[in-house]
Design a protein around this ligand. Structure first.
Ligand SMILES: NC(=O)c1ccc[n+]([C@@H]2O[C@H](COP(=O)([O-])OP(=O)(O)OC[C@H]3O[C@@H](n4cnc5c(N)ncnc54)[C@H](O)[C@@H]3O)[C@@H](O)[C@H]2O)c1
Length: 357
């Protein structure tokens, strides 16, 4: 994966599912970055991934990758218990750091990384919250910022389904299925809501189903707006955010190329004019939608846009959009949601300072 001598030289630690399926395919489309080295403790996996993406340098011990002075930036995609320790080694080696959302369930551990980062003059970027880069979410953010929906009344979000390529939380033998659902699903929508509205969750209440496969969360934001979110590891897949404003409603469906639907305030969703308008819009967007699907779809594109933003932040010495503090924000909301599930009552998010579960 060589693109030029002025490109950022990147090494990736961990060649598992997420690296092979999302990051490396996305990085193919990112300008001014070269993936020059990969590391993984499993030699067979390392060879397979490095061969597939034509990465020359391969290491079974990641410290060899960190010792290479030619490598300027390193991404860490390891099992959760290794994430912070290896990220700290990356910073100690003087490299820019790309990291997933926080995978530790303890704010103090993440705060330790934030403290170390404050001493470093390298860039530290979270690339594990891709929905903020999703094409349709960016469009929605623009509409909200322009005030086109008027005063907002409520937000409703749904993220359901399971990834057939990965084991479910129950199959993993996860004793904390609710933690898994809130973390793997909730974290993404808590981040989307913040990136759309720029307001924080103040208070949260969590209800869980008897079989612990579905979680419904209601959140009160700092501007008093209410958000209702449903997360479920059932078989039906959906990933949708609806924003209700006094000047109209926006429905954004991340899985559909035509998943950006605006309903004027007085329009009835079932009336013929609205339905014809939406059908016409789908037909108009179909050719681009098919092209995008051939290029990997909107999710790979979300990762590509996020990587490009961060590579540009290194090259142009600008502040990246998604930092360790952004990661901390969603971790704190997840911890508050978990505490609410355990206590059966609403919890103030700022009262959470560590993992009490
Ligand atoms: N943000 C997201 O949306 C998202 C999505 C999927 C996964 N993830 C996270 O990304 C991380 C990686 O996920 P995955 O699905 O690729 O997992 P995975 O189990 O498929 O891959 C982990 C890889 O790390 C390697 N590894 C483990 N210890 C190592 C060490 N000490 N040195 C070198 N290599 C080592 C393993 O051999 C394996 O190839 C996980 O922590 C997961 O929670 C985030």
């Amino acid at each position: 994966m060589t693109k030029g001598s002025t490109s950022v030289k990147l090494g990736l630690i961990g060649c598992g599912w997420v690296t092979e399926t999302l990051h490396l395919p996305a990085l193919r489309g990112v300008r001014a970055v070269d993936v020059v080295a990969v590391a993984d403790g499993d030699p067979e996996r390392l060879k397979r991934v490095a061969d597939r993406f034509q990465v020359q340098q391969r290491h079974t011990d990641y410290s060899a990758l960190l010792k290479d002075p030619a490598i300027e930036a390193v991404g860490v995609w390891l099992p959760s218990d290794r994430q912070v320790e290896v990220a700290q080694a990356v910073l100690a080696a003087g490299k820019h750091l790309f990291i997933d959302k926080p995978l530790v369930f303890d704010l103090k551990v993440w705060d330790g990384l934030i403290e170390q980062a404050a001493q470093s003059n390298r860039k530290i970027m979270v690339v594990g919250l891709p929905r903020r880069w999703h094409r349709l979410m960016r469009r929605a953010r623009e509409v909200i910022r322009q005030g086109s929906l008027g005063k907002l009344d409520l937000i409703r979000t749904v993220l359901t389904g399971r990834n057939p390529e990965r084991r479910s939380f129950h199959e993993e033998g996860d004793r904390h299925a609710v933690k898994g659902i809130l973390y793997q699903f909730g974290v993404h929508h808590f981040d989307v809501v913040h990136s759309l509205l720029q307001s924080d969750v103040e208070e949260i209440f969590t209800a869980i189903s008897g079989d612990r496969s579905t979680v419904v969360v209601t959140a009160r934001l700092s501007d008093d707006l209410l958000v209702s979110s449903t997360f479920s590891e059932g078989e039906s897949r959906n990933d949708e955010v609806e924003i209700y404003g006094q000047a109209g409603r926006l429905r954004v469906s991340c899985y559909r190329f035509d998943g950006f639907e605006y309903f004027p305030p007085a329009a009835h969703p079932g009336d013929m004019k609205t339905r014809v308008q939406l059908a016409t819009q789908t037909l108009k967007e179909l050719p681009q939608g098919l092209l995008r699907m051939r290029q990997g779809g909107d999710f790979i594109d979300s990762y590509r846009v996020g990587w490009q933003h961060n590579v540009d932040a290194i090259r142009q010495d600008t502040r990246p959009d998604c930092t360790l503090e952004e990661g901390r924000r969603v971790l704190q909301v997840v911890l508050a949601a978990m505490e609410s599930a355990a206590l059966g009552r609403p919890v103030k998010v700022t009262q959470i300072s560590h993992d009490r579960i």
